[in-house]
Design a binder for this molecule. Structure first.
Ligand code: B1M
Length: 212
């Protein structure tokens, strides 16, 4: 990584949105390839994810880094689309029926976007059919389900059952997460993966899609 990209990665890890935006503009002005800038930012976000997982930094730091990443992505996205760089895959993400908590879901979405996935956020209090329709409409290969209440985590099962009934099992995988959700519960409802936090969710989705 050349000097100016290293500085960009450091600014991202520090969550300095203005500096990340300015450095991204400067890198583009000196004709750095958008895909090289993206790789730098993704590497920076990976470090942020690892440091969050290891409790070296905390939620506000992750949110700042994610906002900085999103500011750079606004500049890069049109150029990447023009260059025909595919995303890693599309993920439908939402909070299950009856549940209005969205902070964790949003964080998972930001981390997935930052890692190069296209995220279709279907919001909160989402019934099973809306998850599945959104996956079919967007060609998503993964549906991510979040729940924060012991009374709503049971609403993950109907989504997985509907995927099965629609014959989509195998082409549409599922990942579940949220404070009351456990690996054992994920297995019980037949989910393909469980993410215990946002960084882990990215790792699990990559594994589901056989990405290195
Ligand atoms: Co509510 N709430 N809440 N609440 N709320 C909890 C969850 C609760 C534990 C508080 C408590 O009693 N100690 C409790 C649940 C008890 C239980 O079921 N065991 C509770 C309750 C009871 C309720 C109400 C029923 C209260 C009432 O009205 N009587 C009510 C329910 C409303 C509804 O949903 N229908 C309610 C309402 C609310 C607010 C609206 C006020 C607000 C939500 C605002 C919002 O989200 N926009 C709220 C909040 C803020 C909380 C707490 C305080 C914080 C949740 C949060 O944002 N955490 C929460 C207590 C707590 O957790 N300490 C609580 C931060 C967030 C980053 O963490 O969401 O866990 P989290 O996400 C993590 C991981 O779980 C994981 O990654 C994230 C990042 O690392 N993860 C995934 C999440 N989704 C994932 C998906 C994945 C993978 C990983 O793959 C797809």
């Amino acid at each position: 990584m050349t000097g100016h990209l290293q500085v960009l990665a450091q600014a991202l890890q520090a969550g300095d949105r203005d500096r990340v935006e300015a450095l991204t503009r400067a890198a583009l002005a000196r004709r750095t390839e958008p895909r090289d800038i993206l790789s730098t930012l993704l590497a920076g976000m990976a470090v942020v994810g690892e440091r969050f997982r290891d409790h070296e930094i905390f939620l506000p730091d992750v949110l700042l880094a994610a906002r900085a990443m999103n500011a750079a992505m606004v500049l890069l996205k049109p150029l990447l689309v023009r260059d025909g760089i595919p995303t890693l895959g599309t993920i439908v993400l939402g909070t299950v029926a009856g549940d209005l908590h969205d902070v964790g879901k949003n964080l998972v979405g930001i981390m997935l976007s930052g890692a190069g996935f296209e995220v279709v956020d279907v919001g909160t209090d989402v019934p099973a059919d809306r998850f599945v329709e959104a996956a079919v409409a967007s060609g998503a290969s993964v549906i991510g389900l979040s729940a924060l209440l012991t009374t709503t985590m049971v609403n993950m099962q109907p989504v997985i059952d509907l995927i099965e009934r629609r014959g989509l099992r195998g082409s549409v995988r599922t990942i579940v997460g949220g404070a009351p959700v456990t690996e054992a519960f994920a297995r019980e409802v037949g989910a393909d993966a469980y993410g215990f936090d946002a960084a882990n969710a990215v790792q699990r989705v990559r594994a589901l899609l056989d990405l290195p």
